[in-house]
Design a protein around this ligand. Structure first.
Ligand code: HEM
Length: 436
């Protein structure tokens, strides 16, 4: 058996296909249990979630990035999640739809007919701008290029905090850490500056609500605990803002990149996509109100995230002994669950390697066992940005597909790179052709 470090996607897939739904494995001095059964996954993430912690990645990365929602444990996590939930309510984030479309429109105007682009970089640039505007009310591209640069450097290490065994998957070279530390200092200065500015504005104004600029940062600053009336400290706001920024934009960029790749390889899907976008929008830009009618776009995105889930793996550390099926898992073991592996399992998805948005009929969804499809995790640690992400994915795909056809450059190697998110190893070089 080869080492998981070489190609963890193949490794975990083979582990499940060869040894069954629950497989124990020692790796890097840790006891790992790979779990590939929807019911057991639901038990771990939802029913028995209190038996587990998320566990930490490298402590040194954590020092770099603080204690945000993604990495904190209870009771901090519970309190922070309660404080932040309102900022992600559907009505609140609906206001961001316009920003998403405006920025996607700006990007599509920059493209030139026949140009070859690295679509993964283009999508990263786009989701970064959207995150900058919705979170901080900043235009990262024109107003604050240094925010973008600093974030990119911090991102390189951020993801290692997300998994309990991340250090086994990805060992960080020291220069990268040093660069990230410098970038963090720069970002801190920017974010603390923004926080001070907002706090001063709301003190000066006659009503507290005038500190609300409509962005997520305002929500974080205004959030108040219902029970004790407490608010977040500057440092908490900073940690949460950074977490949302980092957790939100790379995942979404990956999902978009894989969607463009899959659509470009499936001309019939592409034709249906174009037909729907043209019919529903009739030449105008999409808005949040159109999302319900863009049902094929939604299926395309759902099916893309089945084959290439951006968060391809989720881990939990057992706090005490835990019984799972016929196994007794010792305390401190790490349970590993992979949307990538399970979502390509023929027991739940017939013809699993086929990109087939049409499989997502109402009946198919209703018959699918819970947690056979789980790109956003589940339970109290389920992705807080899920609605935000769906909205962004559907609106961006619709806006770009309205004007452009994307084709993979012949012979461009397409290889998933499973770091903590599922990136493309060689980028995604595509030729864009105008549809108009
Ligand atoms: C396609 C896009 C996205 C995917 C696939 C995704 C996936 C996930 C998954 C699987 C988790 C749970 C991890 C675990 O249980 O260990 C998670 C958590 C989280 N996500 Fe997302 N995410 C996406 C977009 C976003 C966006 C847009 C935001 C913010 C605007 C966001 C913010 C977060 C945060 C803060 C958490 C931690 C929640 C907690 O522990 O309470 N994500 N995400």
């Amino acid at each position: 058996m080869y080492r998981p470090g070489r190609n963890p996607l193949v490794f975990f897939t083979n582990l499940a296909r060869t040894y069954g739904d629950i497989v124990s494995y020692r790796m890097g001095g840790e006891q790992l249990i790979f779990v590939n059964d929807p019911k057991c996954i639901r038990d771990i993430l939802v029913t028995h979630n209190r038996n587990f912690m998320k566990g930490r990645g490298l402590q040194r990365s954590k020092r770099l990035l603080g204690e945000g929602l993604l990495t904190s444990e209870d009771p901090t996590h519970l309190r922070q999640r309660r404080l932040m939930q309102p900022a992600f309510h559907r009505e609140r984030i609906a206001a961001y739809g316009q920003t998403m479309v405006a920025y996607a429109d700006r990007l599509r105007r920059e493209w030139r007919d026949g140009a070859t682009l690295d679509v993964s970089q283009e999508m990263m640039r786009l989701t970064l701008s959207i995150a900058g505007k919705t979170l901080f009310d900043l235009d990262v591209e024109s107003q604050a290029a240094d925010v973008g640069e600093a974030l990119t450097a911090v991102m390189e290490t951020f993801w290692t905090t997300m998994l309990p065994f991340a250090d086994v998957l990805e060992r960080l070279p020291v220069p990268r850490l040093r660069r990230a530390r410098a970038a963090r200092a720069k970002l801190d200065a920017i974010i603390y500056g923004l926080i001070a500015e907002r706090r001063a504005a709301s003190r000066d104004a006659s009503t507290a609500s005038s500190g609300d600029r409509g962005d997520l940062l305002s929500m974080l600053l205004l959030a108040q605990d219902e029970d004790d009336g407490g608010v977040m400290t500057d440092q908490q706001v900073r940690d949460e803002a950074m977490t949302i920024f980092l957790a939100g934009h790379e995942t979404t960029a990956n999902a978009l990149t894989w969607a463009w790749y899959l659509v470009s390889e499936a001309p019939q899907v592409e034709a249906r996509l174009h037909e729907e976008v043209d019919r529903v929008l009739n030449g105008r830009l999409p808005g949040v109100a159109d999302i319900g009618a863009l049902s094929y776009v939604e299926k395309v995105v759902t099916e893309s995230m089945r084959l290439y889930p951006p968060a391809w793996i989720v881990g939990r550390r057992a706090l005490q002994e835990y019984r799972i099926g016929d196994y007794v898992v010792p305390a401190r073991s790490i349970l590993v669950m992979s949307p990538y592996v399970l979502q390509r399992d023929a027991r739940y998805f017939p013809n699993p390697d086929r990109f087939d948005p049409d499989r997502w009929t109402r009946e198919f969804r209703a018959a699918l066992p819970p947690f056979a499809y789980f790109p956003f995790g589940g339970g109290p640690r389920r992705c807080i940005g899920e609605s935000f992400a769906w909205m962004e994915l559907v609106l961006v795909v619709a806006t770009i597909a309205q004007q452009w056809r994307l084709r993979l450059v012949p012979d461009h190697p397409v290889e998933p790179q499973p770091l903590v998110t599922l990136r493309t190893k060689h980028g995604m070089r595509m030729v864009v052709t105008s549809r108009k």
